[in-house]
Write a protein that binds this ligand. Structure first.
Ligand code: AMP
Length: 419
């Protein structure tokens, strides 16, 4: 038997109900903040991600689905959205059409990671990219949106962590301080952290090894080495979050190891999804657009993982979506009326009434069973004495009330559904 690829999963109809609910909520909240949706292709030239995410990251180094097409071009299935959005922003000169572009997306992503609960190879993210503002209020805005979406889904066990990693020159000073602190502790670090010490020292903060964590807990913190502007911007972010009533904590270990990330970083974690606890992450990337060939444009954004959020919702019993019900089920009493029933079903559907009908010439009892299974609000009987009198019999399945409606009086059926 052919099965779905490891790390991918089918989203079956009962689950799609939850996905649709989440996606609609995401769209509503972004629209409320005046964000416009952007959709980019599933694959891009590999070098976009190599440059846009960074050669030394796990994503580019180990996780990308990269392949050559028939003309020998190296392509990659998108592992994240920021680089693609920035490419589209530059390619279509969006910055010339509008000084501030507030964009959101919902899209599948692909990373060849080790599958586990909350970690897949095809997964889905929604997120935002705000291009064209260096105001820390824009940072606060994206954090507020992310938080509001999660809270609106009914999640309670959430922690918002924020930090500032300053501008690259301040970060260089800090890296020197960190290097000095770690020099004599190197033998105690894991092999991976030793490599990071040479290549990208900030990423040692991401180590999950117990001893590394202990060592890093006593390390000097980046907040003490920030430049003036980053410090005052960070203050504005904190004040804005306070005024919006968003609870947060400052976590100095929340660093991003790449030079085009600047100032604010943030993450929202759930206490209800096990080890893969980050529901969303983001921050400011003032230098990325220039790095990818565009004119200097300050920007900030975030990405949130839908599978993980739905897992948190399930574990918190956050929201329950009713199975969708139908408006009306047509029960055919006399088999020779099936074409008449079909014609009626088409007419009702044209009038936006969600209608179902039996195509298997089943007994009335079996059709009623089916109507119950679909949670039909009404059942319309076609046939019997009423039909001979020129009427349909319609039963309200909740109250049991029945009423007769003349065969040609479609408008009074529509009125029952306010349509
Ligand atoms: P990142 O793009 O790595 O900053 O991730 C942003 C969010 O996407 C994370 O907080 C997760 O919720 C989600 N995410 C990242 N990688 C995966 C994955 N392999 N499977 C499922 N969700 C993921």
């Amino acid at each position: 038997m052919i099965r779905a690829i490891t790390g991918t999963k089918d989203i079956l109809p009962n689950d799609v109900i939850k996905w649709t609910y989440l996606e609609q909520l995401v769209k509503e909240i972004f629209t409320n903040f005046n964000y416009k949706e952007i959709r980019t292709p599933i694959f891009e030239e590999t070098q976009l991600f190599a440059r846009g995410i960074g050669e030394e990251t796990d994503i580019v180094g180990k996780e990308m689905y990269t392949f050559s097409d028939r003309s020998g071009t190296s392509l990659t299935l998108k592992p994240e959205m920021t680089a693609s959005v920035v490419r589209a922003f530059i390619e279509h000169s969006l910055g010339k059409l509008q000084t501030l572009n507030k964009l959101f997306y919902i899209s599948p992503m692909f990373r060849q990671e080790k599958p586990q609960a909350g970690r897949f190879r095809q997964f889905h993210q929604f997120g935002a990219e705000v291009l064209g503002s260096d105001s820390p209020l824009a940072d606060a805005e994206v954090i507020i949106i992310a938080y509001r979406i999660l809270v609106s889904l009914g999640l309670k066990d959430l922690r918002v962590k924020i930090n500032s990693i300053g501008i690259p020159s301040a970060r260089e000073n800090y890296k020197t301080v960190l290097r000095n602190y770690l020099k004599d502790k190197l033998p105690d670090l894991t092999e991976e952290s030793k490599v990071r010490f040479e290549k990208n020292i900030l990423r040692i903060f991401d180590s999950k090894a117990e001893n590394d964590i202990k060592i890093m807990q006593n390390a000097p913190i980046i907040t003490d080495y920030l430049d003036e502007q980053s410090l005052s911007d960070f203050q504005v972010v904190k004040e804005a979050l306070n005024s919006a009533g968003i609870p947060f904590e400052v976590d100095p270990s929340l660093v991003r190891g790449l030079d085009y990330y600047t100032k604010t970083t943030f993450e929202i974690v759930s206490g209800k999804v096990g080890s893969q606890s980050a529901l969303c992450g983001g921050g400011r990337y003032d230098l990325l657009i220039n790095e990818l060939g565009g004119t200097d444009t300050p920007a900030v954004g975030f990405a949130a993982g839908i599978e993980r959020i739905l897992l948190a919702c399930e574990n918190e019993n956050a929201f329950t979506q009713d199975d969708s019900s139908i408006d009306l089920y047509i029960v055919v009493i006399e088999k020779n009326l099936d074409k008449e029933a079909f014609r009626l079903s088409c007419l009702l559907r044209e009038n936006k009434i969600i209608t179902e009908i039996d195509y298997s010439a089943r007994s009335v009892k079996a059709q009623m069973r089916e109507a119950n299974k679909f949670k039909a609000k009404f059942v319309l009987f076609i046939g019997g004495d009423e039909y001979k009198e020129g009427c349909f019999n319609i039963k309200n399945m909740e109250t049991g009330d029945q009423k007769k409606v003349p065969i040609n009086d479609i408008s009074s059926i529509c009125a029952m559904f306010n349509k």
